[in-house]
Design a protein around this ligand. Structure first.
Ligand SMILES: O=C[C@H](O)[C@H](O)[C@H](O)COP(=O)(O)O
Length: 226
């Protein structure tokens, strides 16, 4: 049983004819895009916006009509994965480095559905190192400022090189012992000049669909304040 596929395909049931849909990134969103492709081949009429080059390539290959996010005024629904989610639908995202575009697209969507397997559901966020997108300029200063927030910070690498996002920035992975207040941490992160965006998604997700290894699905509804 592929639990990521289970959750992702359930989320695709929420997509209706005529919708403008945000396509997430990662190994769970992959299954949602795949299912959407199948439905488009079967006649579903949608337009989509991708949150990464990888998702754009996949969608294009499947014949899902794509538009640039800048060319639409809003989206109806975004389906995306998460690295961690808690019961209040606060998320950590960015394990795949796509957090900036993902947040821009999710914030511009009327609804965001998170799809995940049960290993992503936690009581308190923070076991997964928080990805923070930072500008390359003087990254050493930004990393030092992040460390002052009480985390162990590592600049993400891709083999020998530093990892670069689709936006040409770096990712600092910040390991906290535990994140006691995601909202307070988000504010502190936003105050650091070299930080472009962080992977805390608070008050953004409306619904989480969690696939479980026994073949069932758990749905958590949240309150967003976009
Ligand atoms: O940057 C990547 C995204 O935030 C992903 O949605 C997140 O890392 C979850 O990915 P996966 O479904 O592969 O665990």
């Amino acid at each position: 049983m592929n639990v990521k596929q289970l959750a992702a395909e359930k989320a695709v049931e929420y997509v209706q004819d005529g919708m403008k849909v945000g396509l997430g990134t990662g190994s769970t969103a992959y299954w949602a895009i795949r299912k959407l492709g199948e439905r488009v081949s079967g006649g579903l009429q949608i337009t989509a916006v991708a949150t990464s080059q990888a998702s754009e390539d996949q969608a294009r290959e499947l014949g899902i009509p794509l538009v640039a996010f800048g060319d639409v005024d809003s989206l109806d629904l975004t389906i995306d994965g998460a690295d961690e989610l808690d019961g209040a639908l606060q998320l950590i995202k960015g394990g795949g480095g796509a957090l900036l575009r993902e947040k821009i697209v999710a914030m511009g969507s009327a609804r965001m559905i998170v799809v995940a397997d049960e290993s992503k559901a936690v009581t308190t966020l923070g076991k997964f190192p928080l990805p923070v997108e930072i500008v390359p300029f003087a990254w050493e200063w930004t990393v030092a400022a992040l460390a002052k927030l009480g985390c162990k910070t590592e600049l993400r690498r891709s083999g020998e090189d530093l990892y670069k996002t689709d936006n040409g920035n770096y990712i600092a992975d910040c390991r906290f012992v535990a994140i006691e207040s995601a909202a307070e941490l988000a504010l502190a992160l936003q105050r650091i000049p070299g930080v472009v965006e962080h992977g805390l998604f608070i008050g953004i997700a409306d619904l989480a669909i969690i696939g479980k290894s026994d073949g069932t699905i758990e749905i958590i509804e949240g309150g967003q304040d976009r």
